[in-house]
Design a protein around this ligand. Structure first.
Ligand SMILES: Cc1cc2nc3c(=O)[nH]c(=O)nc-3n(C[C@H](O)[C@H](O)[C@H](O)COP(=O)(O)OP(=O)(O)OC[C@H]3O[C@@H](n4cnc5c(N)ncnc54)[C@H](O)[C@@H]3O)c2cc1C
Length: 239
């Protein structure tokens, strides 16, 4: 069967999980095959019909797709998505992108570094690597997985309960959250770039970084300065 270039989908829920970020679930008319880490071009079917790329935040084993969208100041599509009501129809392109875990890798450790909605592709990867923890099919990975996530305040930590739950369930998953604009007991302080020492065994680690360009560039530079081979570092820039 050939893969369609796009499918129609309907928003089934839109939850404002922080003051400017929405968790949106979409039921596609046809199953959309994708590899965790990929994005799809979302087009809202308004007269202006503009599209933007959004990383898929759910795992392939889930029936509905989910997305994590930040309402950008003055942003066209992100504002429409943030305000969209259940029942809204949209178009999703065939999943795109190569920000995925290589199929054949001997790495024993994956480290995911994100800020803001850069967490979306990692939520998809993590739910795929640990399906049992989320009532999905399949076995949890035996590899060591580290998530280093940065936000301004505790309220901006996306999917905090979900990652804390996973940390309790899986001893090979470690979750670090760092806050750049407030001090809170139990959380790291500062930007993700200041905590790269937490990513141990770097010689055997694949490191994935996702978020806005300055964070991704600075983090990659710091990792290269630590002697991590460039082939072990994968990046996705949101703009
Ligand atoms: C591969 C890829 C995956 C992405 N996945 C996600 C995702 O999962 N979740 C998500 O929220 N976003 C994601 N983005 C960003 C998204 O595609 C849009 O750029 C963003 O939602 C803004 O679109 P807009 O139409 O609202 O803004 P526009 O109308 O295009 O721009 C309005 C203003 O906002 C600025 N701007 C554009 N993008 C951003 C941004 N990301 N942050 C801050 N300011 C910005 C522009 O410079 C402009 O000044 C992804 C981008 C890429 C390239």
């Amino acid at each position: 069967m050939s893969t369609p270039n796009s499918v129609k989908g309907t928003i089934t829920s839109n939850t404002h999980i922080t003051k400017d970020v929405s968790h949106i679930t979409i039921k596609p008319e046809q199953r959309l095959e994708f590899t965790p880490g990929q994005f799809t071009m979302i087009t809202i079917n308004t007269p202006e019909t503009k599209s933007r790329p959004y990383s898929i935040a759910s795992a392939p084993w889930e029936e509905e797709l989910s997305f994590c969208v930040k309402k950008v100041e003055g942003g066209t599509v992100s504002t429409e998505l943030y305000n969209a009501q259940p029942g809204t129809t949209l178009t999703l392109s065939t999943p795109l992108g190569v920000f995925t875990i290589p199929e054949h890798t001997e790495a024993e450790h994956y480290a995911f570094i994100a800020t803001g909605t850069g967490i979306a592709p990692f939520r998809s990867m993590i739910r795929t690597l640990f399906p049992q923890a989320f009532k999905g099919r399949g076995h949890n990975t035996q590899k060591k997985i580290t998530l280093l996530f940065g936000a301004r305040t505790k309220e901006d930590l996306l999917y905090k309960e979900e990652f804390e739950h996973l940390q309790r369930e899986a001893e090979n998953f470690t979750y670090y959250a760092t806050l750049s604009r407030e001090k809170k007991e139990g959380f790291l302080q500062g930007h993700v770039q200041e905590h790269l020492h937490l990513i141990t065994q770097p010689e055997n680690t694949l490191i994935f970084i996702c978020g806005l360009t300055p964070m991704v560039r600075e983090t990659k530079k710091a990792l290269l300065n630590k002697g991590i081979p460039p082939t072990n570092i994968h990046t996705e820039l949101y703009g």
